[in-house]
Design a protein around this ligand. Sequence first.
Ligand code: SF4
Ligand code: SF4
Length: 458
Amino acid sequence: MASAASRVQEARIELYRRKGKIHARETRGRWNSLRWAMVWLTQIVFYGGCWLSWERGGQVQQAVLFDIAGRKFHLFGLTLWPQDALLLAIMLIVAAAALFLATALAGRVFCGFACPQTVYTAIFAWVEARVEGDHLARAKLDAAPLSVRKAALRATKHGVWALIAGWTAISFVGYFTPIRELLPALAGLQLGPWEGFWLLFYGSFTYVQAGLAREAVCQHMCPYSRFQGVMVDRHTRNASYDAARGEPRRAGRRDGACVDCGICVQVCPTGIDIRDGLQYQCINCGLCADACDTVMAKLGAPAGLVRFASEAELAGERVAAGLRPRVWVYGALAVAFTVAGLWLLVERPLLRVDVLRDRGTLLRETQDGQVENGYTLNVANLLEAPRRLAVAVEGLGGAQIVGERVFRAGAGSVTPLRVTVAMPAGGGLSGVQALRFVVTDEGDGATRVVEPSTFILP
Ligand code: SF4
Ligand code: SF4
């Protein structure tokens, strides 16, 4: 039997799937239940989210829609515009800080329970087990020569995988093109090039990543597995083997608690042996802990030979998992940016005005002794309801709007308003003069935007 040290060495020199295809054994237990609860939760949210509706501007529309062409993100009653890019950046920072916090506390726990790669791999592996049988049957089928039965099983498995990948792609694209328009377009083969490309790309991506590449993505492609090492320390709770209790392991004898049954290795989706210590391939899914608890229960021994534990805990040190500076720093960052994001969200202006002077003609002199300047006011009404807007000028004596002064701005739209300002010539002023445009919502009377500009006199 190879020593632990030699096994660690073997693990270190493995570069890419030296062991061949992994046929993980299915197991039961609390971590497996939690994992499946996360699969259900994430997939109900993902597959169901694009079907939810929300009343917006008097119309019932898709509740969650990333409208790239319209440059708007709709999240239920909230509409985010390109002007809200800072808010999106803050959301990403909060997500990153929360991920760092989870990693500092429990290692790659996100990988094991919530990462889309893990979730879809679990779904695809479940289908495989239902079609081809348990881990032994699958290994036998792999080794068997091609036969009608093998071809039928493989075709069934790949067919179901393709259906899941296809529906996943439709749901994904349905967050960018309203799904109730996407499905009829797909049925009538009238997809636009953008939708067609992303359906094919995301469907193939899901199929290859979850069906074929599987744990290789976690081991060799995921950058997070490489840099998560800087976020963990000896107080981080990872799936761990209690070597002090388990060793010396011996099949058939009970020197240590580990009976060397190897079931913890058989259930591991990444094909590693938890008894070799902390390894970057481990996604902290806890299945080895479930498997070992089952073995211990059959032997009448206490559970927890493999469990979520920190290095410090296993070394018998006092556990201070929550009192480390990195936990406080990541937690404080997440809270601070959440508060900043909420403040920005509440305070963000829902009426924005951008004043552009007419480039072609700087000024016009009329026959009745007036000087006129032309402007375009790009009014962004970020409210999901139409507004009546009154436009006025101030700050330059004698200047006033000529013609129409009240405009309608559609719900959630950017409306260009053509405005002419006039003032009498020869009033003692010349050249470039400052003035301000005032845009007021006639509906509430309180929403008011003041935007500086200039007026040019001869
Ligand atoms: S499942 Fe438990 S007893 Fe069996 S080999 Fe793994 S650690 Fe040892
Ligand atoms: S070693 Fe255990 S926790 Fe880590 S990936 Fe394998 S089964 Fe999951």
